[in-house]
Design a binder for this molecule. Structure first.
Ligand SMILES: NC(=O)c1ccc[n+]([C@@H]2O[C@H](COP(=O)([O-])OP(=O)(O)OC[C@H]3O[C@@H](n4cnc5c(N)ncnc54)[C@H](O)[C@@H]3O)[C@@H](O)[C@H]2O)c1
Length: 338
């Protein structure tokens, strides 16, 4: 018997696809609708293993499509909004797509819940990037947003709509803000897969600026477990930071990957830094840990090593995406006409 129906948006993307698999494997009594517009980042091949599951249904659609959202939201008990444009570099060359999909898209989801299913529980999947650079210490949920680029600004604006819908309409909605994810099925434009793929092809590895920017890494499966915890136990109107305490400079990550692949560090080339590049991200996730009982389970080193192995063994998955544009050294310079 089905006990819960969940709408996952953006479930063909990197994290959304892991989340769909996570939910269906942990809860055989849940039904899941995955609504994804099949934009950049989407790959149906990432969910081949569950596409015949009777509790899984895919709808090709845009979260900005109001009638579609209204109809779909009215059929479920919960909504988890992953759908977004996600690549900071692309947000610098094409900010419009980020405002449209991330801010207006989230508003459309919220409004569909308000008008058609006030009983639904909702989780908005946000990002640590809304806080901007962490000069000292680690951000808590009480720190104000201070975004540095169009991507993080569009996500911060979406968060403001979420909080306003809680305060004004009493929507049962919480926000998660997670640090940088890594793992299997991540699009080659992001740092870790790009480094692996370029190293495998013996191409130079572009590192922005001096490579000293720090990211707080988390394995994607730990993030999915955190979102599931917030969906189940989170308090409406609350924000939950998600992090695993793995602060590493970009140059260290690149060197670790080259080490796993037995490739020379001479492949590293320092390239022009991207504009508005945050120096350090760091989150305090003690609220999620102490109040809801979530803990990261995976060791950074083991998860990174198994991710590298996965890319070695799954060239058929990533090769259609490994184009010159995607692997470019300075993607934010790409011109977009609109
Ligand atoms: N990747 C990270 O490190 C990270 C960290 C923290 C938070 N997040 C957040 O997690 C979410 C997922 O990130 P990801 O890395 O999996 O992204 P991704 O780019 O791999 O996937 C995004 C998915 O959303 C879909 N999508 C985009 N706009 C849509 C729209 N208007 N309607 C329907 N579908 C749409 C795309 O087709 C794609 O399948 C995002 O909201 C992102 O801000 C990501």
């Amino acid at each position: 018997m089905i006990t819960m129906r969940i709408l996952v948006t953006g479930g063909l993307g990197f994290i959304g696809s892991h989340f769909c698999r996570h939910i269906l494997s942990k809860h055989p009594d849940y039904e899941l609708i995955n609504l994804d517009k099949m934009g950049i980042g989407a790959n149906p091949a990432s969910l081949q293993d569950i596409q015949d599951n009777p509790n899984y249904r895919f709808i090709k659609g845009d979260i900005c499509n109001i009638p579609l959202l209204h109809k779909t939201v009215s059929q479920v008990d919960a909504v988890v909004n992953f759908a977004a444009e996600t690549h900071v570099d692309r947000s610098i060359s094409d900010p419009y797509a980020f405002v449209q999909n991330n801010t207006i898209g989230t508003y459309t989801v919220l409004d569909a819940v308000r008008k058609h299913n006030m009983r639904a529980r909702m989780v908005q999947v946000s990002t640590d990037e809304v806080y901007g650079t962490a000069v000292q210490g680690s951000f808590t949920e009480r720190d104000p947003p201070s975004p540095s680029n169009p991507y993080s600004a569009s996500k911060a604006a979406a968060d403001m709509f979420v909080l306003s819908y809680f305060k004004t309409y009493k929507l049962n909605v919480s926000i998660t803000r997670c640090t940088n994810n890594f793992g299997e099925y991540q699009l080659p434009e992001k740092l870790i897969p790009k480094t692996i793929i370029r190293a495998l092809k013996d191409l130079s590895i572009p590192v922005y600026g001096t490579g000293t920017n720090i990211r707080d890494w988390i394995y994607v499966q730990d993030h999915c477990a955190a979102v599931a915890t917030v969906l189940e136990k989170g308090v409406a109107g609350e924000i939950y930071n998600v992090s695993a305490g793995n602060e590493v400079t970009n140059i260290e990550i690149v060197k670790k990957i080259l080490g796993f692949l037995d490739k020379p560090e001479s492949l590293i080339t320092f390239v022009e830094d991207r504009p508005g590049h945050d120096v350090r991200y760091s989150l305090d996730s003690s609220k999620l840990q102490s109040q809801l009982g979530w803990r990261p389970e995976f060791s950074f080193k083991d998860a990174l090593e198994s991710t590298v192995k996965w890319y070695l063994e799954n060239e058929r998955w990533w090769s259609p995406f490994a184009t010159r544009d995607v692997l470019s050294s300075t993607p934010w310079k790409a011109s977009v006409s609109r």
